[in-house]
Design a protein around this ligand. Structure first.
Ligand code: F6R
Length: 364
């Protein structure tokens, strides 16, 4: 049932405020000032490191979480693609917490990576959407993301719910390790409770994204750039675009631009820049200027403060609602999804069943 939407993907995009709210309801204490996990007893102060393993969009959720765990909890984190991890024979030290993120809970490579860690890691944690899945069953602790069934092949609400649960885990780790005060934690959780309303405001920009996407749909290639927490989001934006619109898209950390990809820039190359006005904004602006100086077409997705500081020459600008910088990746998933969705609609591709893709990849 598409609930009046043309595609499951559109329905699932608009469900995000509700399902994120639902996930928060399951993981916050009654007074909203603390994180509570099912099956208490998980304590991050006993771990030396986190090893996070996943595929595709779930891998980008892990990459985002790496920034959170490092910045908020001071915890060393490595992130790996499951198909690489499982065959590399990586050493897993005893005080490792191994985290597997999977919407379906059945991805063959992720499951094999989990089994590789059994008997090596201290704790095997999973972040899943399907509670009765193999990955959930074989973990010491499975944390459900509460996104509800996801039908569209391209992951949308599962991604933002994965991010939400991973951020809550990073906050819990920060508290366990004495890296964050109870008041700072309560402040961040209070912003997080406001996030569903902010996402609703971003969803109201649907027409702006549809207009921008009509221009994007004329391109053969696109680049996505981001720095810091926006780098994994740039990767997710490029993946969404290629999988449903079949436009060739690549993402780079903005600072990598001059190490190669800038050679691709010409007047036919749209460059989507995801950049709220955060501590790294000025650096991203200078990368953007390098693109524009070479004729590249910049589509800037920023907030009010960012728009005010941007000069002429930007091809398209979309102004997002303001958000606590730590939550920006969850909010900026919306433009990544809506741009891809509307580009696919403009091109007339099969949004919910893109060619060659399966919802659950149970063979390697
Ligand atoms: C992209 C997408 C895939 C999945 C990947 C992992 O939109 O949906 O990249 O994220 O196949 O699947 P799960 O999360 O089920 O392990």
């Amino acid at each position: 049932d598409k609930a009046g939407h043309k595609h499951f993907m559109a329905k699932e995009i608009t469900e995000q405020p509700a399902v994120i709210g639902d996930a928060l309801g399951h993981y916050l204490s009654a007074d909203g000032r603390d994180v509570t996990l099912p099956g208490d007893g998980l304590d991050f102060s006993g771990f030396d490191r986190l090893t996070m393993v996943a595929c595709g969009t779930a891998y980008y959720a892990c990459l985002t979480a790496k920034y959170w765990f490092e910045q908020l909890a001071g915890m060393p984190v490595e992130v790996d693609i499951a198909s690489e991890f499982r065959y590399r024979e990586p050493p897993v030290t005893p005080r490792t917490c191994a985290v597997f993120v999977s919407q379906s809970g059945e991805t063959a490579d992720t499951l094999a990576a989990l089994r590789y860690c059994e008997g090596k890691a201290d704790t095997i944690l999973s972040v899943v959407n399907v509670d009765e899945s193999s990955i959930a069953r074989e973990s010491d602790l499975a944390l459900p993301i509460h996104a509800g069934a996801e039908i569209g092949v391209a992951s949308t609400k599962a991604f933002t719910c994965q991010l939400t649960v991973l951020l809550l885990l990073a906050l819990k780790a920060a508290k366990d390790r004495g890296a964050m005060s109870a008041d700072d934690m309560a402040d961040t959780l209070s912003s997080l409770r406001g996030l569903p309303a902010t996402i609703n405001h971003a969803l109201e920009l649907d027409d702006d994204f549809a207009k921008a996407a009509r221009r994007l749909s004329e391109a053969d290639n696109a680049l996505f750039l981001g720095r810091g927490l926006m780098y994994p989001l740039a990767l997710e934006g490029a993946l969404k675009l290629k999988e449903i619109s079949y436009i060739h898209a690549e993402a780079y950390a903005s600072g990598e631009l001059k190490h190669g990809p800038i050679a691709l820039i010409d007047k036919r190359m749209p460059v989507v820049v995801m950049a709220p006005r955060d501590a790294l904004f000025d650096k991203t602006v200078s990368n953007m200027q390098e693109v524009m100086a070479r004729g590249g077409k910049v589509m800037l997705i920023t907030d009010h403060a960012g728009a005010a500081e941007t000069d002429e020459g930007v091809w398209r600008l979309i102004e997002m609602p303001e958000v606590d910088p730590v939550l920006a990746p969850i909010l900026y998933a919306i433009p990544a999804q809506l741009l891809a969705y509307h580009t696919a609609v403009a091109k007339g591709t099969d949004v919910d069943q893109p060619r060659n893709l399966a919802k659950s990849v149970t063979v390697e």
